[in-house]
Design a protein around this ligand. Structure first.
Ligand SMILES: Cc1cc2nc3c(=O)[nH]c(=O)nc-3n(C[C@H](O)[C@H](O)[C@H](O)COP(=O)(O)O)c2cc1C
Length: 172
C-alpha cells in the first residue's frame, strides 16, 4: 500500500541519468502484468536517447518536464486480434496493467513517472518507424523527480465502493 499510495505523476525531473539496469527492471515489471488469455499483445519501446526525447516532447502536448527515459506502450494488432471481437478493448486493459506495473516498479526504485496519453500518434509512428500493425497507445515518462507532489484527492471509499448491492456503501 505504501508503494501504491506513494506513486505520483511526476512532471518535473532532475538532470540525473537512470541506470540501464533500473530501466530494464521497469520494463520487466511490464511483461509480468496479466493479460487476457495471456495474449501479451504489447510491444514496449524504451527511449533513453536525449535527442530523441527532445523530438518526442515536440509532438507530445501531455509530456511535461524533461524525463531521462520514456516507455512507449504499443498494441501489436497481430497479437490482439487473436482474442476476436474483444481483442481491441482487452489489449487496452492489458497495456494499462503493464503500465501500472512499470510505474510502481519505478517508484520502488525512487524513480518518478507519468502516464501520457496526449501525443501525436502519427508523428510518433513516423519518428520511430513503428509498423502499421503496431499502435502506440500510452507513454510513460521516467526520471528522478525534483519533488514528490502532494497527492491529488481521491474519491472516498465510502462513495466508490458498493457492497453486495449497487448504492449500498461501507458504513461511515
Ligand atoms: C490514461 C491516463 C492518461 C494520462 N495522460 C496524461 C497526460 O497526457 N499528461 C499528464 O501530465 N498526465 C497524464 N495522466 C496523469 C493523471 O493526470 C494523474 O494520474 C492523475 O491526475 C492522478 O495523479 P497521480 O498519478 O499523481 O495520483 C494520465 C493518466 C492516465 C491514467
Amino acid at each position: 500500500m505504501d508503494i501504491i499510495k506513494g506513486r505520483r505523476s511526476i512532471r518535473s525531473f532532475q538532470d540525473k541519468e537512470i541506470p540501464r539496469e533500473h530501466l530494464k527492471t521497469i520494463v520487466e515489471a511490464g511483461i509480468w502484468a496479466p493479460s487476457g488469455s495471456n495474449i501479451q499483445p504489447w510491444e514496449f519501446i524504451l527511449i533513453d536517447d536525449s535527442t530523441l526525447i527532445k523530438k518526442i516532447k515536440l509532438l507530445s502536448p501531455g509530456l511535461y518536464g524533461v524525463p531521462k527515459a520514456l516507455v512507449i506502450l504499443c498494441v501489436n494488432k497481430k497479437r490482439s486480434e487473436k482474442a476476436g471481437r474483444l481483442g481491441e478493448s482487452l489489449a487496452i486493459m492489458d497495456i494499462s496493467m503493464a503500465a501500472q506495473n512499470m510505474m510502481l516498479a519505478a517508484y520502488s526504485l525512487g524513480i518518478g513517472s507519468c502516464p501520457i496519453a496526449s501525443f501525436n500518434k502519427k508523428a510518433l509512428r513516423e519518428l520511430l518507424d513503428i509498423p502499421e500493425h503496431v499502435d502506440p497507445v500510452l507513454m510513460i515518462s521516467l526520471g528522478y523527480p525534483t519533488e514528490w507532489p502532494t497527492p491529488p484527492r481521491r474519491r472516498p471509499l465510502e462513495e466508490v465502493v458498493h457492497v453486495n448491492e449497487y448504492g449500498k456503501h461501507f458504513g461511515r
